[in-house]
Ligand binder design. Structure first.
Ligand SMILES: [Zn+2]
Length: 442
């Protein structure tokens, strides 16, 4: 519990639990792609909690052992238990506990509990997945699933990979960056040829590359893609300078001149900056909202200062006709992102992932956002999980508690009437993302 239970909290939670939800960000392909596990520790640590195990000191080889389904649960248990004990009170671990309790009826982590869970693991199927989502009132899912298997962006463009009704894919922008250290990008000849193949036209110059990207984005829109999504804050700074084509083109030509060439960082920055601004122009022309990762990054040993949304100010300022959906509360830089949302009419806040990064921060952010940012600009939920629906729904459960805590706090302090608090919750979870993403059919 994040809040002392009060009558107001209970009433608001009850109201929020009945509200329909637009899930503003997942990495799910949908019910047919349900991830299945044959061993309970591997199953339970799939997702973010493994990052807290690493943060607690587990090393990558040890993690590989815990993930190995051929290692017996009893053999892994001593290693798992020693690290679980260290991180079991984090919000990531809370998701694991909620899944254990709500899905498997187990109240505590123990070897016998894991062995009972192991017996239930093979039961999951797509119908179960659909029912979970429906029971949780999720009316539609905006999903970034085409960037890695089983997603296949090329097949999607050809109309061969389709999503179930209610599932809306976004275009992964990482494909179109030109930076090293990212498998999917156009960092070299191979990546550029992949884009040429998707656009079904040759690329022999920077102009042709840009035209090919535009054609792909246009085609993706015609196949139902709802937004552009970028998470390159993992790999570079969010400071995208307005770069001249004169600075960008020689770098691109180096890739064309030699199939073995690849650009390094920071030398590739002018080209990558130039292209990013081009993509924002394409977003304007094709009327795509743009979803951007900001703040905290999954995994470890990354740098969060380069991912601070404050660095995006020149992009937000310049591309005023593009609607930006900034992710994750910019954790830990809350003030910076509240400023951006207050200051720029083209910025909305998407709290995807935030409730399991830091639920108290999420609660504070919602309370402060009510007072600082028009409530029409908040997209309150995204689970940010792959095809592990139980995790996303445990996250949603926690998110609903956090929303009820924030709104009941404001109601009890006299800032909001209870009816106003209820109205805001409905806007946050459904009406705002519906309008922002043009989901008129809902
Ligand atoms: Zn994500």
């Amino acid at each position: 519990m994040l809040q002392k239970r009060t009558a107001t909290f209970d009433r608001l939670l009850g109201h929020i639990e009945g509200l329909p939800v637009i899930d503003g960000h997942e990495h799910m392909m949908g019910p047919e792609y349900l991830l299945r596990f044959g061993e309970p520790i591997a199953a339970l640590i799939a997702g973010y909690v493994s990052h807290d195990l690493l943060s607690a000191g587990l090393d990558n080889q040890q993690l590989a052992v815990l993930q190995d389904e051929s290692v017996a649960t009893a053999d892994k248990w001593p290693l798992f238990e020693s690290y679980w004990q260290r991180c079991q009170h984090t919000a990531y671990a809370r998701v694991t506990k909620l899944v254990m309790r709500d899905v498997y009826g187990e109240q505590e982590m123990s070897l016998p509990a894991l062995e009972r869970i192991g017996e239930q693991l093979p039961d999951r199927d797509p119908a179960y997945y659909r029912k979970l989502m429906t029971d949780a009132q999720i009316r539609c899912v905006i999903t970034d699933a085409l960037g890695w298997p089983p997603g296949d962006f090329g097949a999607f463009l050809r109309g061969e990979q389709v999503f179930e009704s209610g599932w809306h894919p976004v275009v992964p922008l990482p494909f179109f960056h030109v930076l090293p250290h990212h498998e999917q990008s156009a960092r070299d000849w191979r990546g550029i040829q992949q884009i040429a193949a998707w656009a079904n036209r040759p690329i022999t110059s920077l102009d042709e590359f840009e035209a090919a990207v535009f054609e792909i984005l246009r085609l993706a829109k015609s196949r139902g893609a709802l937004a552009l999504k970028d998470q390159f804050a993992y790999n570079r700074t969010l400071a995208y300078a307005v770069a001249s084509k004169g600075d960008a083109e020689p770098l691109f030509n180096r890739l064309l001149n030699n199939p073995n060439a690849a650009l390094g960082w920071p030398e590739a920055k002018p080209l990558d900056d130039y292209l990013f601004h081009q993509y924002m122009r394409f977003a304007r022309e094709l009327d795509y909202p743009v979803q951007l990762h900001t703040g905290h990054m999954a995994g470890s040993f990354n740098r969060v200062d380069k991912a601070n949304a404050a660095l995006l100010a020149p992009v937000l300022e310049l591309h005023r006709d593009v609607r930006f959906d900034l992710f994750h509360g910019n954790w830990p830089y809350m003030g910076d992102i509240l400023f951006l949302a207050k200051n720029y009419s083209n910025v909305a806040l998407n709290l995807t992932w935030l409730y399991i990064i830091d639920p108290i921060y999420a609660q504070n952010m919602l309370e402060r956002a009510v007072m600082t940012v028009p409530h029409s600009k908040i997209h309150a939920f995204g689970g940010d999980y792959t095809d592990l629906p139980e995790r996303a729904l445990a996250h949603l459960k926690l998110a609903r508690h956090v929303m009820a805590a924030a709104l009941s706090n404001l109601a009890e302090k006299g800032w909001l009437e209870e009816a106003e608090a209820q109205h805001i919750a409905g806007q946050w979870l459904f009406d705002n993302p519906k309008r922002f993403f043009g989901l008129d059919h809902l």
